[in-house]
Design a protein around this ligand. Structure first.
Ligand SMILES: *[C@@H]1O[C@H](CO)[C@@H](O)[C@H](O)[C@H]1NC(C)=O
Ligand SMILES: *[C@@H]1O[C@H](CO)[C@@H](O)[C@H](O)[C@H]1NC(C)=O
Ligand SMILES: *[C@@H]1O[C@H](CO)[C@@H](O)[C@H](O)[C@H]1NC(C)=O
Ligand SMILES: *[C@@H]1O[C@H](CO)[C@@H](O)[C@H](O)[C@H]1NC(C)=O
Ligand SMILES: *[C@@H]1O[C@H](CO)[C@@H](O)[C@H](O)[C@H]1NC(C)=O
Ligand SMILES: *[C@@H]1O[C@H](CO)[C@@H](O)[C@H](O)[C@H]1NC(C)=O
Ligand SMILES: *[C@@H]1O[C@H](CO)[C@@H](O)[C@H](O)[C@H]1NC(C)=O
Ligand SMILES: *[C@@H]1O[C@H](CO)[C@@H](O)[C@H](O)[C@H]1NC(C)=O
Ligand SMILES: *[C@@H]1O[C@H](CO)[C@@H](O)[C@H](O)[C@H]1NC(C)=O
Length: 550
């Protein structure tokens, strides 16, 4: 039961907020990273995040189903107008959004937010297009999605930056996904620079509170040689639910985290916080006693945090409920949070009085607990290279049915590892083919062509049950030829990063990179041993005679 009295009080407070000076997203002071802290770029004051996760009906850690849809909170001007007065009551100066629609118009919300001095941090993925924990890739469809979100939000000066990954490493056997996320960080940073977007736009990663968290933090902040490419994150988000109810600095492990991050080279903040377990009175009664500590004596190391979350949903973390989508009803913990945030006064520093002293940590060494090498990372995704390659082939794939690709990959890679070297992507060995970032159809075409060439261009070697067909190869010239030369005849060379807009080279052939080249990290590909693979092998065995009559 939510108190009526509290509501009318809050309504009055909301009216007060509308007196702030109006400013647009063009003239709000942007936030920049310097050493371990965030600063306002206009006056060098330190910036602490008093944030809220702001996306309705969205479970960022949910399993990915092809049917998940999302609604873009920054495209909902009415929702922004409804919520901003309440967000201001809890001193919100940043919201985190998890999935935006890059084709939507965000001007209205972004103007309203700027007007209320509220900044935005946006995740780059969306449920159907993001780096998968168990089958990580960094490929054309992901690159185009991530860069299109950057394109959509770059012009708003109240955007602090982006998360190239959120909890993509959640289990001990998923550490190799970190290599693909770090490649995404590198390419997104490179993209921001290549488009001459403002250099205060940052790219970071948000981790769950998992056992590999220390290795993860070091991995993303370390700077091995990567051909001069910047691979270090700009900030580190920490999703932490360890302070429940009346916890303490010690019991919550906040103390340990403070010690761990005290020599971290980039800003750290809680990218989600607000445990609902063990709270007197239930989930909606969180006391938020951690606020005093987070913005108190932890504030020389942590840059504040983002409470999870604004909207009430199935998981019960909401601070408010909506009455018929038109009015906002805060829960009791909204009031606790407000009271806590009201009484903080973190000691701030001026950028002019601050000299960063922390240096990049060393990269974690690989072994059973940490599998991803820090260098080389997966190669820069280059859609133009993939297209040049596909037109240069003599045997190309015509089938677009990705679910049938698995058995062909299986057959070809089994026939000869070398045919698949160009699409290998093994993060623990750092073994990446030049075409490993191409979409599944292009990858399959590459290996089919390798197979065809390797079998003396016998016409039966380019059929695969009718999925492939010989084509007249286009003679590459100019840029295409130099890209193909760099990739080499076996596809194992290294190719430069793309220079144009992320979507210049045309749309990705597929937005669901799932059916394509599952775990193509030859030769261990066959050791995956999942049920799906067993099926592929069976099908392959049965249909092989018809598929390739050699
Ligand atoms: C610096 O600028 C920001 C944004 O305009 C403002 O909120 C803050 O109070 C300023 N700091 C000082 C010390 O004036
Ligand atoms: C997602 O996170 C919530 C807490 O935010 C947790 O209760 C739930 O178990 C998580 N679900 C998965 C699938 O990890
Ligand atoms: C997704 O939606 C389609 C069509 O609406 C349905 O047939 C399918 O079962 C759904 N899949 C899942 C995993 O919910
Ligand atoms: C990690 O282990 C889980 C459960 O055993 C399994 O489903 C998943 O595929 C594994 N992931 C990787 C990348 O091996
Ligand atoms: C991986 O990170 C992206 C970007 O933050 C996020 O959208 C996505 O949900 C994450 N994927 C998984 C499986 O956690
Ligand atoms: C937490 O502290 C408050 C205020 O001191 C007290 O009323 C409440 O009973 C405590 N809750 C628990 C679970 O100890
Ligand atoms: C921070 O404050 C907490 C609670 O007030 C206290 O237990 C802890 O020792 C303090 N930590 C530091 C580093 O001063
Ligand atoms: C980044 O690395 C690639 C090779 O992977 C190289 O082609 C490119 O020139 C590098 N970029 C910079 C800015 O050094
Ligand atoms: C990567 O290669 C190593 C060494 O060949 C192998 O042990 C490992 O299983 C491979 N990883 C994957 C994900 O296939």
């Amino acid at each position: 039961m939510r108190g009526i009295a509290a509501l009318s009080y809050l309504g009055a407070a909301a009216a007060l907020v509308s007196t702030v000076a109006a400013q647009s997203y063009n003239d709000i002071a942007d936030i920049h990273v310097y050493g371990q802290h965030f600063f306002y770029s206009n006056n060098g004051s330190q910036f602490f995040m008093k944030g809220v996760a702001y996306q309705q009906n969205y479970s960022p850690n949910g399993s990915v189903s092809a049917n998940i849809t999302y609604s873009d909170p920054l495209a909902d001007a009415k929702g922004c107008a409804r919520d901003i007065p309440y967000l201001k009551q809890i001193f919100t100066n940043v919201i985190r959004v998890y999935a935006i629609d890059p084709t939507a118009n965000h001007d209205d919300c972004m103007r309203q937010l700027a007007d209320a001095d509220i900044y935005v941090i946006a995740d780059l993925g969306e449920p159907k297009t993001s780096i998968q924990s168990d089958d990580p890739q960094w490929d054309v469809s992901l690159y185009q999605r991530y860069t299109s979100v950057i394109d959509a939000l770059a012009k708003y000066k109240n955007v602090i930056g982006f998360f190239a990954g959120n909890e993509n490493v959640s289990a001990g056997n998923q550490t190799s996904a970190a290599a693909f996320v770090k490649a995404a960080v590198r390419d997104c940073k490179g993209y921001i620079a290549s488009q001459n977007y403002r250099n205060t736009l940052g790219v970071g990663y948000a981790t769950a509170d998992v056992p590999t968290r220390n290795d993860l933090a070091h991995y993303f902040a370390c700077e091995p040689d990567n051909s001069g490419n910047q691979t270090q994150i700009d900030f580190w988000g920490y999703n932490v639910y360890s302070w429940c109810g009346n916890s303490t600095y010690g019991a919550s492990s906040y103390g340990e985290r403070y010690d761990f991050f005290s020599d971290y080279p980039v800003p750290v903040f809680f990218a989600e916080y607000g445990c609902i377990e063990g709270v007197d009175g239930g989930a909606t009664h969180r006391p938020f006693t951690e606020v005093e500590v987070l913005f108190g004596n932890m504030s020389d190391v942590f840059s504040g945090g983002i409470v999870y979350e604004w909207f009430m949903g199935e998981n019960n973390y909401g601070l408010v409920s909506l009455d018929g989508d038109s009015s906002v009803s805060p829960y009791p913990d909204f009031t606790s949070l407000r009271n806590q945030l009201q009484s903080i006064s973190p000691s701030t520093t001026q950028s002019s009085a601050y000299t960063p002293s922390n240096s990049a940590p060393s990269c974690p060494s690989t072994g059973s607990a940490w599998e991803a090498v820090a260098s080389p990372l997966p190669p820069p995704v280059n859609a133009q290279l993939c297209q040049c390659m596909a037109s240069s082939l003599e045997c190309n794939v015509k089938s677009t049915d990705e679910t049938s690709y698995g058995d062909v990959f299986d057959y070809i890679c089994h026939a000869n590892d070398d045919f698949c070297a160009g699409i290998a992507h093994n993060a623990s060995t750092g073994d990446f083919g030049a075409y490993s970032g191409c979409n599944p159809k292009e990858q399959l075409a590459w290996v089919a062509n390798q197979y065809y060439l390797g079998n003396s261009k016998s016409s039966s070697a380019c059929d695969f049950s009718g999925m492939a067909t010989v084509q007249k190869a286009t003679t590459a010239g100019g840029t295409c030829q130099s890209l193909l030369d760099a990739a080499g005849t076996g596809g194992t060379g290294s190719v430069a990063s793309p220079t144009g807009r992320g979507t210049d080279a045309g749309p990705a052939a597929s937005s669901s990179s799932k059916g394509g080249a599952p775990g193509m990290s030859t030769p261990a590909f066959f050791e995956h041993g999942s049920a799906i693979f067993a099926v592929y092998v069976t099908i392959a065995a049965i249909s092989m005679i018809g598929m390739v009559a050699l």
